[in-house]
Structure formats: C-alpha cells, structure tokens
Write a protein that binds this ligand. Structure first.
Ligand code: PMP
Length: 373
C-alpha cells in the first residue's frame, strides 16, 4: 500500500487507521460531551464509551467478572499490570517488549528457547517451592518474530503454584483468535493502533476481579483505576476497530509472507530465518543476512521508499541489535543483521513484489563484500 508513495511493510510497529475508524473518530472529535458530566451531552459521551467497551468485550469473549480499563496505550496497560498488581515477585520473559522489561527493576527473567518459544520447563523450576505472591508476564505473540507463545500451558504451570499471569496480547489481537476466558490469564494488554485503530489508546483487561492499584490518581474515572477524562474519540475508534477484525482474512497474508521468504532464500541461501517453523502469526517474517548490518539494509530499502524495521522500533531512532534474537541465542552478528517485514490489512501483492525486487537489488550490491568478510 502506498502512503505518500511509500511501501509500508512495518505493520507490527503500527498499522494505518482504517478509513471507517477515522470516520467514527472524526465524528467524536467535535463532540462536546465529557463522559463524567450528567447533562445530555455527557450521558451521550458515556454511552459511546460503554458501547466501545462492549464491542471490545465481545471481540475478546470476556467473562462477567472481567473488566476493561482504558489506558493511553499498551505501554501504560503493561505498567499498570506489573506495578498495580502489587506482587512481591515478578517474572518476565526475555523477549518481552520494553514496556514490560523496563517496568520492575527486580523482575526475574524467564529464558526462551532458540525456537523463540519461552522455556516452560524453566518456568516450572523457577516456581518450585514458591511461596511469594508472584506475577508472570509473557507476551502472547512476539512482535519481532511473530512466534505464538503456549499461553494456556504457561497459565497451567502458574496456576499449580498459585501465581498470576499477565499477557501482553498486543500482537495477537486481530491476528489469531483471542478468547480471554479460554486463555485463563489474569491480566491482558491490548493496543488500538495494532488493529487499525488510532495510536495512544489501549486497555488492560483485568480478569476475575483481581485487585489493581491505580498509577494515575485523581478524577476516579475508569472505576478508579485510571483517572483522567476518557479519550472519547480514541476509545470510540478503538471499539469500532474491534468490530472490523477479520482473523480468517488475516491468515491469507501468509501466502505473501511465504513468497518473500522463498524468493529471498532462493537468491541468498545464507539467510537465517527466525521462528520460521514455529506457530507464528501470518504477517511477519524476521531474518538476518549475516555480515550486512540492519542499518545498512534499512537505509538501502528506505532509499527505495520501503518501510521495514530491524525488530522493535527504538525510541531514539537508532538501530540496536535485537534483544529478542539475542535471547534466542543468535550471535551478535546475526542479531545485528536482522530485518523484520510485517504485512497488514492494506498490503498489496505489488508491495510485496516491490520489496522482493529492491531487497534482491540490495543483496546483489553487498553480496561480494559479504563473501570477503
Ligand atoms: N507490546 C507490544 C508487543 C508491542 O508491539 C507494542 C508496540 N510496539 C507495545 C507493547 C506498546 O504499545 P503502545 O504503542 O500502545 O504503547
């Protein structure tokens, strides 16, 4: 898909807001009501927020004892779960998003296997004889490799030891079926801008009435768990985006993802793919061209108007070796030579073919230097 002439293949970082969602949002941008006001406009704003909450609840199949708390995105929701749950002990997987890894300095790190799947046996060992109140945080789908984690197994191991489970399901929502009740986790994080909603709005699903202390206090909104006037346009847009989710349709992206992998591998047999034979979401491929730093590849593709990434978007705009690949045991050379391509709802086959063509051009240019290295 062309955004001002760009070929945008970085949908795991953010996917463009869908036109029907933009329309809903525009309508609410000029709506005057504050959802806490008791007059007619306030009541209408409240109604629209509760409608959105209902849409999200339906998409997630949440239970009667589960609540959705709107936040300013998944980073805030992750912070709220890890800090608000108030657990003595926190265990986080090594491949979490920085918004989980950076929250509790005392968190213990759960290793992952070279496949990109968290080491469930190691979790069992970490929990042996555990008597402390414990929260385990494992993401449902990794944002870099797209690998799907065995959440139900993880929840079962945690339950045996009385530990609670938080899952950052940002990259799972809309991409694989997500049923909060079946999942059995205690806290689930979501973000609107990964499903065709706007940036800056997300939620934490708090299951089974688990207590959560607020981080933002004052106005008592969102059941006193997240104060501040609700982001009416964002929440309404988030709700509407969930009604447009098409998990089955999303699976078709695997055809184009596989086309990329096959075409690149045919020309460059030295390419290393990550998580390829594991259960993974349909739109994502991550691979390394040993000897070609990510930055070189990114710049070359950027010059051709192609937006991809080397893993997670770094806030400073610099390119760092992927912590996910390092945790999977990749050496520094491979972790620093990776590219992630993630397709989305408005990707076309023309985008895919253009990416393949330009990547192969780049490869032809750097190939002789790689051989000498
Ligand atoms: N978790 C994961 C897995 C993500 O991919 C992202 C977005 N990069 C976040 C959390 C943060 O989401 P937000 O931008 O809504 O804060």
């Amino acid at each position: 898909m062309s955004i001002s002439g760009l070929t945008y293949l970085d949908h795991n970082a953010t996917t463009p807001t869908k036109p029907a969602v933009v329309e809903k949002m525009q309508e609410m941008l000029t709506f005057p009501g504050n959802a806490s006001a008791i007059h007619k406009a306030g009541r209408e704003a409240r109604r629209r927020i509760e409608q959105a909450r209902g849409e999200i609840a339906a998409a997630l199949h949440i239970g009667l004892r589960d609540v959705i708390v709107f936040t300013g995105g998944a980073t805030e929701a992750n912070n709220l779960a890890l800090l608000g749950a108030g657990m003595e002990r926190v265990i986080v997987s090594a491949i979490e998003h920085p918004s989980v890894l950076g929250v509790r300095g005392d968190a213990e790190v759960l290793p992952v296997l070279p496949s990109g799947i968290v080491d469930v046996a190691a979790l069992g060992k970490m929990l042996e004889g555990n008597t402390r109140q414990t929260l385990i945080s494992v993401m449902y789908v990794n944002n870099e490799t797209g690998v799907i984690q065995p959440m139900e197994e993880i929840v079962a191991v945690a339950r045996k030891r009385g530990a609670l489970v938080h899952t950052d399901a940002v990259q799972a929502f809309g991409k694989i079926p997500l049923d909060v009740q079946k999942l059995g986790a205690d806290f689930v994080t979501l973000s609107a801008h990964k499903i065709g909603g706007p940036q800056g709005v997300g939620c934490l699903v708090i299951c089974n009435c688990n207590p959560v202390a607020p981080m933002v206090r004052g106005g008592n909104q969102e059941k006193n768990i997240r104060s501040g006037t609700e982001n009416l346009p964002g929440i309404v847009a988030f709700g509407h985006a969930t009604t447009l989710i098409d998990v089955e349709g999303f699976q078709k992206l695997s055809l184009w993802r596989d086309k990329i992998e096959t075409s690149l591998k045919a020309a460059a047999p030295e390419l290393v793919f990550f998580g390829k034979d594991m259960p993974r979401i349909a739109n994502t491929t991550m691979f390394a061209l040993p000897g070609a730093p990510s930055e070189t590849q990114l710049i070359s593709l950027d010059l051709a108007g192609i937006c991809v990434s080397n893993g997670s978007a770094c806030s400073s705009g610099t390119v760092k070796a992927s912590h996910v690949l390092k945790a999977m045991g990749a050496d520094e050379a491979a972790a620093g030579a990776s590219l992630r391509v993630s397709l989305g709802w408005n990707t076309t086959e023309k985008d895919v073919d253009y990416f393949i063509e330009k990547w192969l051009d780049m490869y032809a240019r750097v190939k002789s230097r790689l051989k000498q290295a």
